[in-house]
Design a protein around this ligand. Structure first.
Ligand code: AMP
Length: 288
């Protein structure tokens, strides 16, 4: 696997890689890789001839009081993991290579970026959309893979790619990959390493409470009551606060007050110590 950190090196490497029409899958990440990321790489190999991964801790998607400086950086270890998965190329630009002096463009996907994590983290999804648009332009992948772990992010990227004609419809373009979890149910996240041992145990309360909520919805319980119980259970598990606990339409992410036959999603963000964790799960639609 080759690691490149300038656009010229990237373009040269991509030309060689593409050769006689090989399909390229892109897996964008911020590094500190875990099984969730590596699952995206494996899926990439199933749908394309070679996989290009990117590692870039994108300053534009962090708020002023967020964890940009503390975010784990371990490029050598990450490169070894990607190499082990048969990745062909690692694109790891410095901040100056991604945003040279004078960089002035912002991509904002209205509507879908506004609620949920967008409300708690103003500007976050603009940062995501801007960097992912640049990554698409730089790598021009045939297909790109993103985790459902960041469900709203996936929706924002799909909307941006549709609106800006960024996808290559003949290949299937943007693929969402189901969330990979620890054995105890906690969604894998680079931020889990911020948790103390006690917080790590308490954090399992979030997916557990979500499963309970889904079972209650399955049995016909009132949505508002279920969401109130979900919040209370997450707090009882040891979380300091709940940013949101919402039932939403899976496509529009519009909040739902009743379950319908359309696919729905339960989405949660909550804080434990200084760490903000998010999770989401599919909810069984109402049977006709
Ligand atoms: P990040 O490095 O956190 O920006 O994540 C890079 C990509 O990996 C994003 O598409 C995430 O949604 C995806 N990802 C992160 N955690 C998981 C997980 N537990 N399961 C599946 N995909 C994940």
């Amino acid at each position: 696997m080759q690691t490149v950190n300038t656009l010229d090196m990237l373009r040269t490497a991509l030309r060689q890689l593409r050769g006689d029409g090989k399909l390229i899958a892109l897996v964008p990440t911020m590094g500190a890789l875990h099984e969730g990321h590596l699952t995206l790489v494996r899926r990439g190999h199933e749908v394309a001839d070679c996989v290009v991964a990117s590692i870039f801790v994108n300053p534009k998607q962090f708020g002023p009081n967020e964890d940009l400086n503390a975010y784990p950086r371990q490029l050598a270890a990450d490169a070894a993991l990607l190499e082990g998965e048969g990745c062909a190329l690692l694109w790891a630009p410095a901040v100056e290579a991604m945003y040279p002096t004078g960089f002035a463009t912002n991509i904002s996907v209205a509507g879908i970026s506004d609620g949920l994590c967008g409300a708690a983290r103003p500007g976050h999804f603009d940062g995501v959309a801007t960097v992912v648009c640049k990554l698409f332009q730089q790598v021009q992948p045939d297909v790109a893979l993103f985790g459902e772990k960041d469900f709203q992010q996936l929706a924002v990227i799909r909307a941006m790619a549709r609106d800006l004609d960024l996808t290559h419809p003949h290949v299937g373009a943007i693929i969402g990959v189901p969330t990979v979890r620890e054995a105890d149910g906690l969604a894998m996240s680079s931020r889990n390493r911020y948790l103390s041992p006690d917080q790590r145990v308490a954090a399992t309360g979030m997916p557990r409470a979500m499963q309970t909520a889904i079972a209650r919805l399955d049995s016909g319980a009132d949505v508002a009551a279920v969401l109130a119980e979900l919040e209370a259970e997450i707090i009882a598990a040891g979380f300091a606060s709940v940013d949101y606990a919402v039932l939403a339409d899976s496509t529009s992410l519009a909040p739902l007050t009743i379950l319908t036959a359309a696919p729905a999603r339960l989405l949660v963000a909550a804080r434990i110590g200084g760490t903000r964790l998010i999770d989401n799960m599919a909810v069984n639609p109402l049977q006709a």
